[in-house]
Design a protein around this ligand. Structure first.
Ligand SMILES: [Zn+2]
Length: 170
């Protein structure tokens, strides 16, 4: 999916490429609109139970259908990213959590959505029963050593950074 436009979304005039602020951008010569492209923010949670196990979800939708991933999703307009993280966790698994801290912020290129900015939080959860919604095949807690392959490079980096934070004993 291309993240470029054919026509100006405000006045429907055709767009041309121009170098603006050091980058080639699409611009409208009629109304002056410039297509500044920014990454899409996604909130991702590393949900940890009392035993230190990490929650992974097996996706039932593309991208990464049938593959394991960290729970998360797009931050809604004007939504606090921490709330987005907890909301996605709740919607996907019915698990309630508490934000324990920021792990980091990561950029990832994707075919479907262009650039994504993943904001990753450490979330403490008490182990309840898990009920997955229809976006997921299953969800379960894994010990560190048992964590299966995750196709999303940003999620792999997040899990590495969690280990780094733990070694600093935060
Ligand atoms: Zn225009």
């Amino acid at each position: 999916m291309s993240t470029n436009f054919k026509f100006c979304p405000f006045c429907s005039h055709s767009l041309r490429w121009r170098k603006i602020d050091g980058r080639l951008r699409q611009a409208c010569f009629r109304c002056g609109w410039i297509h500044y492209k920014n990454p899409l923010p996604v909130a991702v949670g590393v949900a940890v139970d009392k035993e230190g196990k990490i929650l992974l979800v097996r996706r039932n939708v593309e991208p990464g259908k049938n593959k394991w991933a960290l729970p998360g999703g797009f931050v809604e307009w004007e939504e606090d990213p921490q709330e987005a993280c907890l909301r996605e966790l709740r919607e996907e698994t019915k698990i309630e959590g508490e934000i324990a801290g920021l792990i980091g912020v990561y950029i990832q290129k994707t075919k479907r959505y262009g650039a994504i900015l993943a904001i990753a939080y450490l979330v403490r959860v008490s182990k309840d029963r898990i009920f997955v919604n229809n976006e997921l095949k299953e969800a379960r807690f894994f010990r560190k050593k048992e964590i299966p392959y995750i196709p999303f490079s940003s999620h792999r980096r997040i899990l590495k950074d969690v280990e780094r934070l733990k070694s600093l004993e935060f």
